[in-house]
Design a protein around this ligand. Sequence first.
Ligand SMILES: [Zn+2]
Ligand SMILES: [Zn+2]
Length: 254
Amino acid sequence: MLQHALRTVRDGLLGLAYPEECRVCGGAVESWDDGVACAACWNDANVTRLIHSSVCAKCGVPTSRTLGGAQPSRPKAGSRLCGMCSALPFAAARACGVYSGALEVSILFLKVNPHICSRLRLLIARTFSEHREALASEVVVPVPLHRLREKQRGFNQAAIVASAISRKFNLQLDDHSLVRTKATERHRAGLDATDRAKSVEQAFTVSEPRLIAGTSVLLVDDVYTTGSTICAAARSLLEAGARQVNVLTIARVG
Ligand SMILES: [Zn+2]
Ligand SMILES: [Zn+2]
């Protein structure tokens, strides 16, 4: 009976939201589990590139690129620092892969549809497992939207990701203590990194510091772009007494 009901819901969703064409290559998406990209696009190396390649132990940028050297054979993930991130407030940041292809279209889809396909859910879980030591946290906190923006959109896409991680790894979810007080545009065109950093300065506050004080927080967002939003949120959490802040995003730009 329940199964029948679930199938009906799923088929209804299929009819409403399931695309027939991969939003990356136009090929056929053959499984509901793959969401808006086809299996071939999910198998592209960029999608999982940051899980196993050599990344900066702190900020998660691929170190082979920043150091200019060739990819070493069988690099140990997180074994070295890029040398550019010492001022960043978080302890460690990781992402599944590069913001392109299947990850990009899935993130764009997530901004209008509060749904993460199984393929992406597994990928996020794999990334967290692989970097669990670096990302060790007790509380999962999504980067909040301003309440007006959230009302407009109907949900916060970062909270969907945070809730998936919290359920999968049995970590406490806190999606209300960190609050966005400024309705700044996240991706306003024409803003360079400095302007963007200024526009999110003091954009966050912690409404209930007692829930955050002394804890290691896993701060979750859909995409790490310049890092200014995530750093502003991390600073707020640290000012509220968080022991440390780690960051997990689905993708990072560059
Ligand atoms: Zn495709
Ligand atoms: Zn770094």
